[in-house]
Design a protein around this ligand. Structure first.
Ligand code: HEC
Length: 172
């Protein structure tokens, strides 16, 4: 009986031959690297109009990076929470409520003291962010709980702080 790849070196020689046959040429993939899209994939590009729309009469008009400063924050609510909430707001809320809460056909403006469901107190804002709006009164589709975002309790309070600040910039 004859063995083609006999002896101890047989298996190693077979592997080497297979690697050569498979054509392992260096650089076959080329130097192309995929460039990942820098934005958050959840955010449609239209949520960040450049420059941001200026709403006549709105005190919230301006760039998305504009710092919102509330005049009379409720006790337990800090400017640091407002700032953190502003960042979170840009991830999901702005897609419906607009950058800086200026409103869109999908959701009401939050940068004013006109409210549909609440009177604008901080605990009410926390609550409505948590539960969402199953039955909108003036807009076509519901707001999911937490706007569909994955926020913990502290982040919800930060979002509420930002919404409170947006709607109380006049110090009212
Ligand atoms: C899918 C669109 C959508 C997203 C995302 C969304 N909302 Fe809403 N939001 C709505 C709608 C619709 C209403 C109710 C409007 C109505 O009744 O006509 C609403 C209402 C509200 C209200 C009450 C407004 C009032 O006048 O009573 C607040 C506050 C609010 N949203 C905050 C947020 C925050 C904060 C986020 C992000 C965590 C968010 N929303 C994400 C659609 C959205």
């Amino acid at each position: 009986m004859a063995y083609v790849f006999g002896g101890r070196r047989g298996p190693a020689a077979l592997l080497l031959a297979m690697a050569l046959l498979a054509g392992c040429k260096p650089g076959a993939e080329g130097g192309y690297n995929r460039v990942s899209w820098r934005g958050d994939p959840k955010m449609p590009a239209t949520a960040f109009p450049d420059p941001p729309p200026v709403v006549p009469g709105s005190t919230a008009a301006g760039g998305g990076a504009q710092k919102i400063v509330a005049k009379n924050l409720p006790s337990g609510v800090t400017q640091a929470m407002v700032d953190a909430g502003q960042t979170s707001f840009g991830t999901v809320c702005a897609s419906c409520h607009g950058q800086n809460g200026t409103g869109s056909p999908a959701a009401p403006k939050l940068a004013d003291n006109q409210w549909i469901h609440i009177s604008g107190q901080f605990p009410e804002i926390v609550n409505i962010i948590n539960v969402g709006v199953a039955q909108p009164k003036e807009h076509p589709a519901p707001m999911p709980p937490k706007g569909g975002g994955n926020f913990n309790d502290e982040q919800v309070r930060e979002l509420a702080a930002y919404v409170y600040a947006l709607s109380h910039q006049g110090g009212a």
